[in-house]
Design a protein around this ligand. Structure first.
Ligand code: HEC
Length: 460
């Protein structure tokens, strides 16, 4: 697997930006003192509330934004990144879908930061000083009901390609359990870029079999866990804080299931080790509704080498009423854009999510502010674009190669995971069968691998 294209994005861009902007800095003229925003009064509160979760020592962002001297040093880049909406990272187009986990600055906040940077980034009056937020290593939701450790530490080399590893860990549950929340504590935030947690409930423990072929109780995996039957349980990326599901709602994990912990490691220039810890919180009361997701996908993609705007569509009409809670777009490195809509039988079109500047590094589920109640007969439409030209800096092949569906970095995917909750767990099978039939999934050997009989791609 070759993944250097991902690494380009983070280190090189920052270097380039710092280089070009430091030249421009002396040209900024100072404005009148009274109207100029200051760090202590105006800027620190914005940075502490919206940036510090990721920009503090030991976290994944490349520099801290807790002190005045840090912020001043990066002032021009901060102004640029916020006004171009690169930071805070949030990929969904505003006004297209209403999300509860949105990360964004207001226009006024962006203007404040720009004016501060343009005027020499003054510190301001000491009496206006805001205390920086405290970050401690304890569990956000309190002591978990169950703590699961990676059996041994994983060594991340100093340099080289990004590493995608699936660790298989027995959960040792003696009964089916309703899960209200999962918190993930990366052992080493400097190198853990993100973590996805899946469950493997196959009677034959298929994930263990995959790990047995490699070393350290883990196997190499990229887009997903490489196991069609595994269900996604939780994810961690920098800046994500866990939340409990409301009472009565849960993900149910069958007894005997294993956890698959997929870690994306990003070498940071020195040898590092990681031992990620997972905290599980059970739902105490009765479970009225269970959470699942259905992957609306297009496995029939064949992206010609050099095509800079390859167009892919897919649709799925739900055979039952649905209460949709989230949408999670998924593509690999050539993906550029994805739009998902729901068209009701009445013809009304509801926007779900639109990402115009796809970045594999910043994917995740977009959780709706209010669950969307969609009647039977509602059609989900997914529209995506891919750039397989040599102008795409993330293109893993140079010169570009023809690309089709697959698990590897160099393959592509087109999936919108539609998250829903239901009082009837059998709905899941109804939906999967209907999906397989509508998209004729049996005819795609790449979906099923050598391991399983024809079945839809893994849930996520
Ligand atoms: C969810 C985590 C997260 C949050 C929140 C966040 N950043 Fe970042 N930031 C990063 C990471 C990681 C990078 C490294 C580049 C990358 O991966 O895109 C970065 C890079 C940057 C850069 C370098 C320029 C660039 O475009 O790469 C600047 C400037 C920056 N952040 C400023 C901010 C500011 C200002 C805020 C708040 C308004 C903020 N960030 C919020 C994670 C975050």
């Amino acid at each position: 697997m070759r993944q250097e294209a991902v690494g380009y994005n983070r280190r090189m861009r920052l270097k380039m930006l710092m280089g070009s902007l430091s030249l421009a800095l002396p040209l900024f003229a100072a404005g009148p003192a009274s109207t100029v925003p200051t760090f202590n009064r105006d800027v620190a509160p914005i940075l502490y509330a919206n940036c510090a979760t990721c920009h503090h020592p030991g976290e994944v962002a490349p520099f801290s934004l807790l002190s005045y001297s840090d912020a001043k040093r990066y002032a021009p880049v901060i102004a640029e990144a916020t006004s171009k909406h690169v930071m805070p990272p949030w990929k969904a187009e505003a006004g297209f879908g209403e999300f509860e986990n949105v990360r964004a600055l207001s226009d006024a906040q962006i203007a404040t930061i720009s004016a501060w940077a343009k005027n020499g980034a003054p510190e301001g009056d000491a009496k206006d000083k805001t205390l920086p937020p405290q970050f401690n290593a304890s569990w956000t939701l309190g002591e978990p009901d169950l703590i699961i450790d990676m059996p041994s530490a994983f060594d991340v080399p100093a340099d080289g390609n990004d590493i995608y590893r699936c660790f298989v860990i027995p959960m040792s549950l003696t009964a089916d359990m309703a899960i209200a929340a999962v918190d993930i504590r990366p052992g080493n935030r400097r190198v853990v870029h993100h973590t996805l947690i899946y469950t493997d409930a196959t009677p034959s423990h298929e994930a263990r079999a995959l790990a047995a072929k490699e070393s350290g109780g883990a196997y190499t995996c990229y887009g997903g866990p490489g196991l069609p039957q595994a269900g996604l349980m939780a994810g961690w990326a920098p800046g994500v804080t866990p939340k409990r599901l409301p009472e009565g709602i849960a993900r149910v994990v069958p007894k005997g299931a294993d956890l698959i912990v997929q870690n994306h490691y990003h070498p940071d220039g020195k040898p590092e080790t990681d031992k990620t810890q997972i905290g599980v919180y059970f739902q105490k009361g009765a479970v009225a509704k269970q959470l699942f997701s259905i992957p609306v996908l297009q496995p029939g993609l064949h992206i010609p080498a050099g095509d800079s705007r390859y167009h892919v569509t897919t649709s799925f009409t739900t055979p039952i009423d649905l209460e949709v809670t989230s949408v999670g777009p998924h593509m690999h490195l050539l993906g550029r854009e994805m739009k998902v809509t729901a068209t009701l039988p009445s013809g009304e079109v509801r926007p779900m999510v639109w990402i115009k500047d796809w970045d594999f590094n910043w994917q995740g589920a977009y959780i709706f502010k209010e669950p969307m109640k969609l009647p039977k007969g509602t059609r989900f439409d997914v529209e995506a674009y891919y750039d397989n030209s040599s102008k795409n800096p993330r293109n893993p092949a140079n010169p570009p190669k023809a690309v089709s569906w697959g698990e590897a970095t160099t393959d592509e995917m087109c999936i919108a995971f539609i998250g829903y909750m239901t009082p009837k767990p059998s709905d899941r099978m109804t939906l999967m069968m209907s999906l397989a039939q509508q998209l004729d999934l049996m005819k795609y050997p790449a979906l099923t691998g050598q391991r399983a009989p024809a079945a839809p791609k893994q849930e996520k």
